[in-house]
Design a protein around this ligand. Structure first.
Ligand code: DAT
Ligand code: MG
Length: 140
């Protein structure tokens, strides 16, 4: 296993309920390090570009609207096998199917308002990190 970086977003439902610390505690307890973090308001253009792979899906408009509806916290997480590990810590997209102890099982409201984003591959992690962070602002 190699040390990897993955990209994470604490979504508007997390910031609205003041859950950013509680979610970060689960991330850190899993052994992932938060090596960059910034609270932002995502623009419509940023959200559309970030989720452009889903542009043809029926929920795309709703997804972009939700991601721009309030502040988010964008993060870079680092650790052994970080991409797969964070997907495991997040739990399934639909919180009704998320395993016990996962972030989405604990906190997500619905399949749409599901508290966190995490990259699904190492390749996408690098692409997503670049959309929000300069290398100099990532402190490992
Ligand atoms: P994940 O975030 O687990 O990688 P995804 O990439 O399939 O899931 O979808 C991206 C986001 O889109 C997801 O976190 C929430 C939203 N989404 C996915 N499926 C949805 C659905 N059936 N209805 C509403 N929103 C959905
Ligand atoms: Mg995804």
């Amino acid at each position: 296993m190699a040390t990897e970086r993955t990209f994470s977003i604490l979504k508007p439902d997390a910031t609205a309920r003041n859950l950013t610390g509680a979610v970060n505690a689960v991330i850190e307890e899993a052994g992932l390090r938060i090596v960059a973090q910034r609270r932002i308001r995502m623009s419509d253009a940023q959200a559309k570009k970030f989720y452009e792979v889903h542009a043809e899906r029926p929920f795309y408009g709703e997804l972009v609207e939700f991601m721009t509806s309030g502040p988010v916290v964008v993060q870079v997480l680092e650790g052994e096998n970080a991409v797969a590990k964070y997907r495991e810590v997040m739990g399934a997209t639909n919180p009704a199917q998320a395993a016990e102890g996962t972030i989405r099982q604990k906190f997500a409201k619905s399949v749409g308002e599901n508290t966190v984003h995490g990259s699904d591959s190492l390749e996408n992690a690098a692409i997503e990190i670049k959309q929000f962070f300069d290398e100099k602002d990532i402190v490992g």
